[in-house]
Ligand binder design. Structure first.
Ligand code: ZN
Length: 297
């Protein structure tokens, strides 16, 4: 009788304890930027594993057997969509997962790359997160998906999302203020792959790149010649490196044209905790400050 009572008390204590790791909602985010958005909305109730970590390149990613096991165990898998994760279908199938697959970019207006349309390539630009307004749409989609998967957490997810959306509004205004400080005729930039089209449309800085919207295909000699001519014709003063692509091509273009290397922009991945872009907000803030520093007179 006494032993039974002890067991009952122990059971009651376990039930009242805060959610342990194994009780958290297990989610996967395909890449680091999306993982940060899910963490901000999910807070304590959610465990987020990221398939492509800091400085990783989703365009050329090869899923591992360990990824397949993690996807199999997850309740929700968040992906960008817009053709960013070309390997996802195979991974989901191989894992046999029952997880909900949530496309975080649902509802944004996709952009296509005009120069690639001419070449007849797959032209959807997947880098929608480079506009803060689009990131807000991602956050709303993440919130709704978490509520569906874990209705008991609805209050927490709504409160987390509301606070984070307010931070994103402030970030959007900050980007506009910094860009306003750059002379309009200086708002022209070269990067290695075409990852900043949504930033261009939202904030009025023009980006060109020798590589297309996927960094998978290498730039051709013709693409490089086109960019070199453009830098000379438009008197573009700075070219930028990216954390997910090879620096050598941009170094060659800089040598060839006399344009300065303006610094590194973070396009498709966060940095680790020691780098300048360990979160989405840090990434956008770093990029716009780097642009202002290189393009200001
Ligand atoms: Zn990219």
């Amino acid at each position: 009788m006494f032993a039974r009572r002890i067991a009952f008390i122990l059971l009651a204590l376990v039930a009242a304890a805060p959610a342990a790791a194994q009780d958290k909602l297990r989610t996967i985010a395909s890449f680091s930027i999306l993982g940060d958005l899910v963490e901000n909305v999910g807070g304590d109730r959610v465990e987020v594993a990221t398939l492509i970590g800091p400085d990783g390149n989703a365009h050329v990613y090869e899923p591992t057997p360990a990824d397949s096991r993690r996807v199999a165990d997850a309740k929700v898998v968040f992906v960008n969509g817009l053709g960013f994760e070309g390997w996802l279908g195979r991974l989901v199938k191989a894992s046999g997962t029952k997880a909900a697959i949530v496309v975080a970019s649902t509802g944004i207006s996709p952009r296509s790359s005009a120069s690639e349309t001419r070449l007849g390539a797959d032209t959807t630009d997947p880098h929608a997160w480079q506009s803060v307004a689009n990131a807000k749409r991602y956050v709303a989609n993440i919130r709704d998906a978490l509520i569906k998967a874990d209705p008991a957490g609805a209050g927490a997810y709504k409160a987390n999302a509301m606070a984070y959306l307010a931070s994103l509004d402030a970030l959007d205004q900050e980007v506009r203020d910094v860009v306003a400080g750059i002379a309009p005729d200086r708002r022209r930039v070269i990067t290695s792959h075409n990852a900043f089209g949504y930033f261009q449309d939202a904030y009025g800085v023009a980006f060109s790149a020798p590589q297309g919207v996927s960094s998978e295909a290498e730039a051709s000699a013709k693409d490089v010649a086109r960019i070199i001519a453009q830098i000379r014709n438009e008197r573009i003063s700075a070219v930028f490196l990216e954390n997910v692509t090879d620096a050598r091509l941009m170094q060659l273009i800089a040598r060839e044209t006399g344009a300065r290397i303006g610094g590194t922009l973070y396009s498709d991945a966060l940095t680790d905790a020691n780098g300048p872009a360990p979160s989405y907000i840090d990434l956008i803030r770093h990029n716009v400050r780097e642009l202002a520093a290189a393009l200001g007179r």
